[in-house]
Design a protein around this ligand. Sequence first.
Ligand code: AMP
Ligand code: ZN
Length: 496
Amino acid sequence: MQPLKIYNTLSREKELFTPIHENHVGLYVCGPTVYNYVHLGNLRTFTSFDILNRYLLHIGYKVRYVRNITDVGHLVGDGDEGEDKIGKMAKLEKLEPMEIVHRFTQDFHQVLEKFNVLPPSIEPTATGHIVEQIETTKSLIEKGLAYESNGSVYFDIETYNKNGGNYGHLSGRVIEDLLTETRDLDGVGEKRNPLDFALWKKAAPEHIMRWPSPWGEGFPGWHLECTCMSHKYLGDTFDIHGGGMDLKFPHHECEIAQAKAAYDRAPVRYWMHTNMLTVNGQKMSKSLGNSFLPSELFAGSHALLEQAYSPMTVRFFMLQSQYRSTLDFSNDALKAAQKGYKKIANGLRIIKKLVYPTDIIANPDAAQEKEISDAIQGCYDGMNDDLNTAVAIAHLFTLLKKINSLYTGGLAFESISAETFSNLQRSYTSILEDVLGIKEEVPAEMNGLTDELLQLYKGFKESRQYDKVDEIRGAFKSAGLLIKDMKNAIDWGYEE
Ligand code: AMP
Ligand code: ZN
C-alpha cells in the first residue's frame, strides 16, 4: 500500500492516512441539491473526490463511497431562513417537486458520466431517510441537546458546548464572533440562542415538501441528512468526509455537533475540503450568475466561452491544479489544457499499441531506465502528497517524451529492458485511465472507422489516387485527427 498523506481540515495539517479498518475506507461526500443543473464549479468538487476514490481503489483499498442527493427542499439561507429551492423551482416550472428532483438527478448522473466520474457505492436521498432524521431529532431532545419551539426543533449549541462540544473548531470560528455576525432573521423568538440551528422545521402553509412528525408537519434541517445517512452506512466514526470549502461552515460544523451529541463521538477522522472554481477570481455559483453548464461548454454556447471544449479537456484542466488551490476559469487556460490533453491522449494511443520487439538483444542504458522509473515514482509521490494531480501530470509528460521517442525511433527499444518497457506501459496507462480518469475521446463520427479509413488511405497512396488521399486526410482533419506519414508506417493521432 502506498503511504498516502492527506490534508485534514480538522488538524490543519497533512497527515498520514490510516484507515479505521485495515484495507477498507469509508468515504462520505456531500452531494448536490437537485433543484437545477450542476455547473462547472460543482463538478470540480465531485471530480476531486472522484480522484480520491479512484486513487484509494488503485492502491488497493476497498472503498465504501457514500454520496448523497439532497432532495428535501431546504431553505436558501444558511440561517434557516429564505425560500425552499426545490419548491421554488417546482412552482416556477409548474411541476411536482419530485419531478424537479428526478429531472436534475438524472442530469447530474449524465454529466458525471460524461466527465468519467465513477458512481459512488451508495447514493442515498434525504427524502428516503426522513424516519432516521426524525429518530435522531427525538434522541437529541431526550438527551437535552435539542428543544422544540413552535413546531420546529433546534439544536442547543450552548448546552452542547457546556458538555464539552467544541462548536466552531473545524472551521476556526469563534462563538463570540459568530454571535455578533448573526442576524437572526428566522426563528426569532423561537431559538434560545441565535446560533442554534434547525433539526426540524415547521412547514409554512405554502411549503410543498412536508412530512408528519411528533412536532407537526414539517421537514428536516439541511445538516441532519448527512449526519443520519453517513452514520447509517458508515458507522459511528468513519474515515473521510468531504465537500467543497463553502460547506465547512455551517454545514460540516453542524454535522459534527449533531453526530457528537447523538452518538457520543467525533464522526470523522479526516475532513477534506476542495477549493473553489472561480471566474475572474469570483466563486462560480448559480446565484452570482457566473456559472456555465457542462452542455454550454460542449457547445461553446456561453458569452464567456470562445469555443467549445470537450469533457476530457475540462477534466484535464481541473486536474492540472491540486484540489486545495483555487482554479480560475479562462479560455486561455482551457485552450492550453486542450493541447495538453491531446498530447497525453496521443501517448495513450501509442503506448497501447507499442510492443516490445522479441527479436532484439537489449542493452539497457542505466540513465534512460532511471529517468523512467523516477518519473513513475514521481507520479505516485505526487498523488501521495495530498493528491497533487498537478505534480503527477508533470511526471506523466516526462513519460510521454519517452513514449514518443520509442515511437519515432529516437529512443531505441534496446536502450531499455523489456521490464522497464512494461512498467512504462502499465504505469502510463493505469495512472491516466484508472487514477486520473482520463480516456481517449475519439470523435463520434470517426468511431470504429479510423482503421478502415487508414487502410483505404494506404491503398490510395500506393495507387497514387491523390484526390482520394486528400479526401480521407480532410475527413480526419475535420474530426480533429491527423494522418501521420512516417518513414516506415502510416498512423493517425489527435491534432494537438
Ligand atoms: P450544492 O449543490 O450547491 O450544495 O453544491 C454541491 C457541491 O459543489 C458542494 O460540495 C459545494 O461545495 C460544491 N461547489 C459549489 N460551487 C463550487 C465552486 N464554484 N467550486 C467548487 N465547488 C463548488
Ligand atoms: Zn452534507
